[in-house]
Design a protein around this ligand. Structure first.
Ligand code: LLP
Length: 385
């Protein structure tokens, strides 16, 4: 297992804060994904670009043979710039703009994952204007909850995503009659940071029910896209630096009924890049509050918003100190009370100037950075040691 632990001496003296990516770990992760996926006939992974669109990482992911799962015209452009072929690109999203649909049509992308009837009609119209036939899949909302943070559950009836199950037959009928779309599959995605395989088993069962209904109408679709969502171990990043892809793919192989010739697509984001990135930040001040010790660092929610937005845990290490541990709150400089990376954690005694590594920040870290408080976007550096 690759160590994801840059020591202080190994980290070049770049201005902080910055993202530091372990490309050796990414390569090892990609190798595991490819090895485990090919064991199952017809399994294919599209990388969810939303997790991290850093061009260096995207290029490595493309070279490893994964496709790209995009949610915007910008992501389609970034994927093509990184070398993905349009035939490897799927495009989902509840609010596709006309220019974005036109971009997908001009590029002849592999598939639009359609999330509503009005969107289906617009894609059909825009494709007609170009005398093209758009390949589409219907994204079905399977009304399945996942054991994860409520902000990253997507597959419940109350969520904005996908087409209600009871509308599926109607939309299939309409799509079949449209001249400029070709229905090639169904798409699902129940949420993110899912570690409990029973959530995926529930999804498989729901897909099986829907496929049985379609079979009764004589319909078998070529592609079933089960989305992404496999979680990572934020608490013990070193111990589990490569997620358990074997169990994940085996779960679908065992529980998802798939027909001969049918392709099963996955859209993994977090589990591909999460563990390979650390946010490196410098301690500005250590301050004693009334009943707390605060470590104030130069990174904030502007660089990594996950703790503020989802109360997410990220393991934090002091890269300089080996002194006895003390209890601290690690906070950023942003003028928001939610600008907190961790509360009441144990760190080796910390002083001004120390470097801290905030682990497992490769997914939904750099890509969600903002310029709030007129701050500069973080830079990124790479190591393959
Ligand atoms: N496919 C679809 C349709 C999605 O909406 C997502 C993630 C994925 C695939 C990839 O899911 P993953 O394998 O990465 O779990 N910013 C949040 C996560 C938002 C996920 C959005 N959709 C976080 O930092 O936890």
């Amino acid at each position: 297992m690759t160590e994801n632990k840059p020591t202080h001496s190994a980290i070049p003296a770049y201005p902080t804060p910055f993202y530091y990516y372990d490309t050796k770990l990414l390569q090892a992760t990609l190798h595991t994904i490819s090895t485990e996926a090919v064991k199952h006939k017809g399994f294919h992974v599209h990388y969810a670009v939303k997790a991290n669109a850093n061009p260096t990482l995207l290029r490595m992911i493309q070279e490893a043979g994964l496709g790209a799962d995009c949610v915007s015209g910008g992501e389609i452009k970034a994927s093509i710039a990184a070398g993905f072929k349009p035939s490897q690109i799927v495009y989902a999203g509840v609010g596709k703009n006309d220019w974005e649909i036109n971009l997908g049509l001009d590029q002849d992308i592999f598939c639009f994952n359609v999330e509503s009837l009005p969107e289906l009609e617009v894609i059909n119209q825009l494709a007609a204007c170009k005398s093209k036939i758009a390949h589409i899949a219907l994204r079905i909302n399977p009304n399945i909850g996942a054991h994860t943070h409520s902000n990253i559950v997507t597959g419940l009836a109350e969520n904005k995503f996908g087409i209600a199950m009871h509308d599926m037959h109607d939309l299939i009928e309409r799509a079949t009659k449209m001249k400029n779309v070709k229905l090639i599959g169904l798409h699902f995605h129940i949420g993110s940071q899912i570690l409990d395989m029973t959530d995926f088993i529930k999804l498989c069962k729901r897909i099986n029910e829907l496929q049985d209904q379609l079979a009764e109408h004589g319909i078998t679709l070529e592609h079933i896209n089960v989305g992404g969502g496999l979680g990572i171990d934020y608490e013990h990043p070193q111990a589990h630096s490569i997620p358990d892809f074997k169990t994940y793919f085996d779960t679908f192989d065992t529980h998802l009924k798939h027909y001969p010739q049918q392709q099963i697509h996955f859209e993994l984001g977090r589990s591909v890049v999460g563990q390979c990135g650390s946010l490196i930040t410098r301690v500005l001040y250590v301050k004693k509050g009334t009943n707390k010790q605060f470590v104030i660092v130069d990174a904030g929610m502007t660089e990594l918003i996950r703790p503020a937005l989802y109360h997410a845990t990220h393991h934090i290490e002091n890269l300089n100190s080996t002194m006895e541990e003390e209890t601290y709150d690690v906070v950023g400089p942003i003028c928001e009370s939610s600008d907190v990376f961790a509360k009441d954690i144990q760190l080796n005694k910390t002083q001004r100037g120390d470097l801290l590594a905030i682990r497992s920040a490769g997914a939904y870290g750099e890509i969600m950075a903002s310029g709030y408080n007129c701050r500069e976007l973080p830079k990124s550096y790479f190591t393959n040691d």
